[in-house]
Design a protein around this ligand. Structure first.
Ligand code: ADP
Ligand code: MG
Length: 218
């Protein structure tokens, strides 16, 4: 069966694309799914993460290959990786360039991280309006959310008004995400019993539910 392809796409930078791609890949890997990452971002954040990660080989780190790629090569890369992966996460850069188009085109699911600020909501609104064709395979993911309360409810409401699919699970602003990324690891590997790991795992379950929804290819 072809691998299920998940693209982390958002024209705004610093919203958590790389963080969520790596943390989700690690959580899915821990659940037994062979996960690969393609790093389309020219900044190479996850390529750097993988380099640090390789120092933990045979230690806590699960086997997740990170391969650099560019938009026009994605159809070939994903086809090749499909032979050895169940899930392929594609981490993109900011902007809506040809890489953005390529990574959203090849995706089965497009995750659009959005932070709870006015600037992020405006940017997300513009992105969704520009890309109405992605609606059926997209999911907005609220990231760095404040604890449950008025502020969180307001942001949820504002995103709900955009009338796009939104992940039930939202991700809190938690130091564990940044700290584990910095040492080439993930919350699932370092602090498996934590609020952060629980959030990522539940988001991973939502992603995996989409895999199960795929129509069987005859
Ligand atoms: N849920 C979170 N909690 C705390 N820090 C986060 C979270 N998500 C992302 N960050 C931090 O925010 C910054 C930007 O995240 P990053 O994943 O690099 O965004 P992008 O790939 O969209 O540019 C990084 O310093 C990262 O550690
Ligand atoms: Mg990034």
């Amino acid at each position: 069966m072809a691998a299920f392809i998940i693209s982390l796409a958002q024209s705004k930078g610093g919203v958590g694309k790389s963080t969520l791609a790596a943390q989700l890949a690690a959580a899915c890997s821990q659940r037994g799914y062979r996960s690969k990452i393609v790093d389309v971002d020219k900044q190479g954040t996850l390529t750097a993460w993988a380099a640090v990660r390789s120092q933990h080989a045979n230690d806590v780190a699960k086997d997740i290959d990170v391969e650099p790629g560019s938009g026009w090569r994605l159809p070939y890369i994903t086809q090749r990786l499909s032979r050895e992966a169940d899930l392929i996460f594609i981490d993109g850069g900011s902007g809506q360039d040809s890489d953005f188009s390529a990574m959203t085109r090849v995706a089965d699911l497009v995750l659009i991280p959005c932070q709870p600020t006015g600037l992020d909501l405006w940017a997300t609104k513009a992105l969704l309006m520009d890309n109405a064709d992605l609606r059926d395979k997209a999911m907005v993911v609220l990231n760095r959310m404040p604890p449950r309360g008025k502020a969180a409810a307001l942001v949820r409401h504002q995103v709900e008004k955009l009338a796009w699919p939104m992940a039930q699970q939202y991700i809190g602003n938690r130091q564990a995400f940044a700290a584990t990324m910095g040492v080439g690891l993930s919350v699932a590997e370092v602090v498996p019993v934590s609020v952060a790991a629980g959030e990522i795992d539940r988001l991973a379950m939502e992603v995996l539910a989409r895999v199960a929804e795929l129509p069987l290819v005859a």
